[in-house]
Design a protein around this ligand. Structure first.
Ligand code: ADP
Ligand code: MG
Length: 300
């Protein structure tokens, strides 16, 4: 059997089933970051993301933006857990023929994002490689009461999303701001029941929340904020790398959230969580409800 016959998520499931965890692990594979026992009031978070030339970016892309993206997508995963990013190690695979300016440009971008969000660069590894590869691992911390997992969605939760979705490939995927201050505001002011960042597409990532929480959902086409660069609504639902946050909180407080939301970043209430028996539905502008298969981006 080839990897692409199994699929990315089934492959990860198989790894997950084969690992044995020590008592320090609160949550291993299956969320935006791992959650580890740490101190009386806090958990430590740990996440990693890799960018590969030709897959996530091209050599024609500005090095500084590629570096910024490598750091920002890790920060986005820490934000999605309700936490604060702390320490990063960075491994790069670089062709010996690469212009030094490009290599230094990558680090300029990495440093810019790290400085903006208080991340210390504390190590890494450098190897020769045919293609440019950047892998960053990032730790974070979260107060125990602020931890937001994919698995906590409750029936009658309101479903929210930050920003606009779709068409990220045209530019935003290389130059986005992780929604860290927004996430910290949310967990400090509300009981956020579940949260994820949109890397595989809204349907796929909301689908991860539903699967982990064993819930269903209903979302409304006329409430989903679609980016101007998206080609159409249906593809916007499946486009990856938006790096927006999808989160759920008890329906009755949705109004208060909208009222006190202090940021320029848009938030939209796009639907409700329901029981898993009801399934996952999209209500079209015509009022017709369609059952959703939460497909999105998978690497293979
Ligand atoms: P995200 O998009 O939030 O970075 P992914 O979809 O990449 O999350 O991964 C989902 C989960 O699977 C995460 O918990 C991640 O740590 C885990 N994971 C992904 N690839 C591997 C791997 N090769 N080995 C172990 N765990 C993995
Ligand atoms: Mg994520």
């Amino acid at each position: 059997m080839r990897l692409k016959d199994l699929g990315e998520f089934n492959f990860i499931d198989r790894i997950n089933k084969a690992v044995k965890l020590s008592g320090r692990v609160i949550k291993g594979i299956g969320d935006d970051a791992a959650v580890l026992r740490y101190s009386k009031d806090k958990y430590q978070l740990l996440t990693t993301d890799m960018l590969v030339e030709g897959k996530h970016f091209y050599k024609s892309d500005k090095a500084e933006l590629v570096g910024k993206k490598a750091m920002s997508c890790n920060i986005s995963d820490i934000a999605a857990m309700g936490g604060v990013p702390k320490f990063a190690v960075i491994s790069v695979g670089l062709p010996g023929s690469l212009d030094l300016k490009y290599a230094e440009g990558l680090y300029k971008g990495i440093k810019k994002a790290a400085d903006m969000f208080g991340v210390d660069l504390v190590g890494g590894d450098t190897v020769g490689s045919g293609k440019i590869v950047i892998n960053i691992a990032l730790t974070g911390e979260v107060e125990k009461k602020n931890l937001t997992l994919r698995s906590g969605a409750k029936e009658n939760d309101a479903i929210f999303i930050t920003g606009y979705i779709g068409g990220s490939i045209k530019l935003k995927h290389l130059n986005f701001t992780p929604r860290l201050k927004e996430a910290r505001f949310l967990v400090n002011n509300f009981k956020i029941n579940s949260m994820i960042d949109v890397s595989d597409g809204l349907l796929a990532d909301l689908g991860h929340i539903l699967k982990e929480s064993n819930k269903g959902a209903i979302i409304y086409e006329n409430r989903v904020p679609v980016s101007k660069s998206a080609s159409n609504f249906n593809s916007a639902l499946r486009d990856g790398e938006d790096f927006e946050l999808v989160f759920t909180l008890p329906g009755p407080v949705a109004g208060r959230l909208k009222k006190i939301w202090p940021f320029k970043t848009k938030i939209s209430e796009i639907g409700r969580i329901c029981s898993s028996r009801k399934g996952f539905f999209l209500v079209r502008k015509t009022g017709k409800a369609e059952k959703i298969k939460p497909a999105g981006f998978a690497h293979f």
